[in-house]
Write a protein that binds this ligand. Structure first.
Ligand code: NDP
Length: 451
C-alpha cells in the first residue's frame, strides 16, 4: 500500500477510534484510486488525501421529545457536512438505533463521491439519529421530527445543505421535518427532498434509487452481451430501495424470488407478489412473516436460522443479486454461496452492503460487481432534479423525470466503465467509479485553494 495512504488510514484509526464503518469506507476509496495517484502527484502535493477524509463540519445535538405517556425521551442527532467542493451539501437522514458518528461519517464520505459521479453540482453530507421509528405512534414520530428540526434548521438551507430520506426516514418523516422547518423559518423552499407531490416533491423520487439501480444493472449486462430478460433475482431488504428495485426488475422482464427484512427472509419461488409486498411493508409496516402467512407457497426463514456468518437470502439460487438493505449484509460466506449457485452479477442498492473480502472473492470469480456509489446514485440524482424543479417553481411529470433518471444512470455507468479502461482496469467498476468521483472532487478542492 502507498505510504501516504497508509499514514492517512493510520491517522483515521487514531483520531476516530471505533468508527469501523468509516474506516472501511475510507480504505476502500483510498486504496482503489492508486492508478490515479500514480499518474498525478498533485493529489499528494496539495495534501488532498489528508483533507478529504476530514468533514468540513460535524454537528451533534441533543433531541428531547415527549412520548405518548408524557415522558421526556432523549436521542442524539447528527449532521456531518463532509465536502462542499462541487456544490451545496446533500445527503440523507437515517433514523435507526445503530446510528452513531462513525456510521454517519461513512455514509457522508461515500456520498461525496456518489454525488460527484452524478455529474450534478452537489456536495456530500449525511445525518440522522439513533431514534427508532419502529413501534412508535405517528404522534411520537411527529414530535421527534419536530424536535430534531428545532436544532437542524440552523445549519441547512436550499443553497447550503439539503437533507433527504434514508433508512427510517420516508415520506411521513420528511413531511413532519419540512412542516417544522417551514414553521421555524417562515420559508417554503426546497430545503428537503423526497417531499410530497402536492408540496414541492418530484414525481419518481420515491422510485428513483430502486429504478436507477436496475437501469445500472441493465447497462452492465448489456455491455457484456446479456440482459435482464428471464433472470432470477434476489433483492435484500423490503424498504424503499428494495421495493422499487423489485418493481423495475419485473418491468424489464426479470423474476424476483426473494427479499428480506431485519427479522427474516421470504423465498417465493413462483415470484414475489409485489402488490401484496407493498401492502405488508408500505401500508401495514409489518414484518415479512405476514407476507408468508398470506402465501402458503412461500417459505419464511427467520433471521435466527441464518447460516453462520451469513444471510439466508444469498444462499437462495439466483442469476442476479441486489443487496438493498444495509451495510455489510453480504459477507464472504454469502459471496461463496452466490458464486456456487452461478450468480453473474451483484448490484449494490444499499450503501456499502458487501464486505471487502466478499467483493474481492466475487471479482476473482468473475462475478460482475456494481459498486453502490454508482449503482444507487439514482436517488440523489433525482433529489437534485427535485431541487431544480423547486428553484424554477415547475413540476415535471413522472415520465419526464424517469427519462432523465435513465439518462443519468447511463452516464454514471459510462463514466465508471470508461474510467476503469482509461486506468487499465478494464471493466472494474469499483475502481472506475472511485477514480471518476474522487478526481472531480479533488480537482475542485485544488482549484479552490486551502479553505
Ligand atoms: P428503508 O428504511 O426504507 O428500508 C430498509 C430495509 O432494510 C427494511 O426492509 C429493513 O427491515 C431492512 N433492514 C434494515 N436493517 C437490516 C438488517 N440488519 N438486516 C436485514 N434487513 C435490514 O431504507 P431504504 O430502502 O431507503 O435504504 C436501504 C439502503 O439503501 C440503505 O443502505 C440506504 O443508505 C441506501 N440508499 C437509500 C437511498 C434512498 O433513496 N432511500 C438512496 C441511496 C442509498 P425492516 O422492514 O424490518 O425495518
Amino acid at each position: 500500500m502507498d505510504s501516504v495512504v497508509k499514514r492517512v488510514l493510520k491517522d483515521i484509526k487514531e483520531s476516530s477510534p471505533g468508527q469501523e464503518e468509516f474506516y472501511q469506507a475510507a480504505q476502500e476509496v483510498l486504496v482503489t484510486i492508486k492508478p490515479l495517484l500514480d499518474r498525478d502527484a498533485r493529489y499528494y502535493d496539495y495534501n488532498i488525501l489528508q483533507r478529504v477524509v476530514v468533514p468540513e463540519r460535524t454537528i451533534i445535538f441533543r433531541v428531547n421529545w415527549i412520548d405518548d405517556s408524557g415522558r421526556v425521551q432523549t436521542n442524539l442527532g447528527y449532521r456531518v457536512q463532509f465536502n462542499s467542493a462541487i456544490g451545496p451539501y446533500k445527503g440523507g437522514l437515517r433514523f435507526h438505533p445503530s446510528v452513531n458518528l462513525g456510521v454517519v461519517k461513512f455514509l457522508g464520505f461515500e456520498q461525496i463521491f456518489k454525488n460527484a459521479l452524478t455529474g450534478l453540482q452537489i456536495g456530500g453530507a449525511k445525518g440522522g439519529s439513533n431514534f427508532n421509528p419502529k413501534g412508535k405512534s405517528d404522534n411520537e414520530v411527529m414530535r421527534f421530527c419536530q424536535a430534531f428540526m428545532n436544532e437542524l434548521y440552523k445549519y441547512i438551507g436550499q443553497n447550503r445543505d439539503v437533507p433527504a430520506g434514508d433508512i427510517g426516514v420516508g415520506h411521513r418523516e420528511i413531511g413532519y421535518l419540512f412542516g417544522q422547518y417551514k414553521k421555524l423559518t417562515g420559508e417554503f423552499d426546497g430545503v428537503l427532498t423526497g417531499k410530497g407531490i402536492n408540496w414541492g416533491g418530484s414525481f419518481a423520487r420515491k422510485q428513483a434509487t430502486g429504478y436507477g439501480s436496475v437501469y445500472f444493472a441493465n447497462e452492465y449486462l448489456n455491455i457484456n452481451g446479456n440482459s435482464l430478460e428471464g433472470k432470477v433475482c434476489t433483492v435484500s431488504g423490503s424498504g424503499n430501495v428494495a421495493i422499487y428495485t423489485i418493481e423495475k426488475l419485473y418491468d424489464l422482464g426479470a423474476k424476483v424470488v426473494a427479499c428480506s427484512d431485519s427479522k427474516g427472509t421470504i423465498y417465493h419461488e413462483n415470484g414475489i407478489d409485489l402488490a401484496s409486498l407493498k401492502s405488508v411493508k408500505e401500508i401495514h409496516r409489518a414484518s415479512l412473516e405476514e407476507y408468508a402467512k398470506l402465501h402458503p407457497d412461500c417459505k419464511y426463514i427467520d433471521a435466527m436460522d441464518y447460516p453462520e456468518g451469513g444471510h439466508a437470502i444469498w444462499h437462495i439460487p439466483c442469476d442476479l443479486a441486489f443487496p438493498s438493505a444495509t451495510q455489510n449484509e453480504l459477507t464472504l460466506v454469502d459471496a461463496k454461496a452466490l458464486v456456487k449457485s452461478g450468480c453473474i452479477l451483484v448490484n449494490e442498492g444499499a450503501n456499502m452492503p458487501t464486505t471487502p473480502d466478499a467483493i474481492e472473492y466475487l471479482q476473482k470469480n468473475g462475478v460482475m460487481f456494481s459498486p453502490a456509489k454508482a449503482a444507487n446514485a439514482g436517488g440523489v440524482a433525482t433529489s437534485q432534479l427535485e431541487m431544480s424543479q423547486n428553484a424554477s417553481k415547475t413540476q415535471w411529470n413522472f415520465q419526464e423525470v424517469d427519462i432523465k433518471l435513465r439518462q443519468i444512470m447511463k452516464k454514471i455507468f459510462k463514466s465508471a466503465y470508461d474510467t476503469s479502461k482509461e486506468y487499465g482496469k478494464d471493466g472494474n467498476l469499483l475502481i472506475g467509479a472511485n477514480i471518476a468521483g474522487f478526481k472531480k472532487v479533488a480537482d475542485s478542492m485544488i482549484d479552490q485553494g486551502a479553505i
